[in-house]
Design a protein around this ligand. Sequence first.
Ligand code: PAF
Length: 280
Amino acid sequence: MEIARTVSSVPVTAKRRILAPTMGALHRGHGELIRIARQAAGPEGEVAVSIFVNPLQFAPGGDYAKYPRPEADDEEFCRKAGVDILFRPGVEEMYASDFSMAVDETSLSHTLEGKSRPGHFRGVCTVVAKLFHLLSPTAAVFGEKDFQQLAIIRRMVRDLNFPVRIVVGATVREPDGLALSSRNSYLDPAERQAALVLSRALAAARGRWDAGERDGDRLRAAMQDVLAAEPLAHPDYVSVADPESLVELGAIPPGGAALASLAVRIGRGTRLIDNLLLEP
Ligand code: PAF
């Protein structure tokens, strides 16, 4: 595995290169993205992983400083997963002290995560655009757990003509339903138990959906009822939205799909997200 810490040391290649962009603290969810990248690369292609905790996508006072950075473990993880190139630049390598550019998506970014975390997707799009330029991947793999991020990256690729195919990795869960996230490491045992409320709320929406419920308000209420029963859960948003436009849905027409999603602060404040696509 080749490790590049600077922009100028990223190897140039004529091979098919598939990128899995990450912020590190790698877990089985990232392992799945890397596995998908390997599959898409084929025996002739190469898998690149980037690890960069991107300051632009954190709010002032957010968890940027405490975000886990287990360098040696991540490197070992990548080696074992058969990664060919690990790009792990420092902040000063990515952003000049007078850095003044941004990539701003102006529609999908205004709801859900974007509404709760102003500027977050500007930071994500800016760094992903840079990673695409620096690593020139043929394709890049993003997890469905960050559904809105995935939708916005697709939009960026379409609107700015990046020659990069976007590949989707399904959400990986613990056996009890908790979606894997690097932020799960912040949870103490009681909070870890309480965090199951996210997947329970989504299961409640799925139950109503399967029983024929197609009213957005009633589906949101079903999720809110589950959240209200967990004292350590402090909901940020609960949404049933159009999976394309991310606009909140009222009556869902026959044959329509919906994205159920939520963000919840657990206990001392760990903010977790999860989602479920409700298909016709
Ligand atoms: O999903 C993430 O880990 C990050 O938002 C990403 C895409 C690596 C950009 O920093």
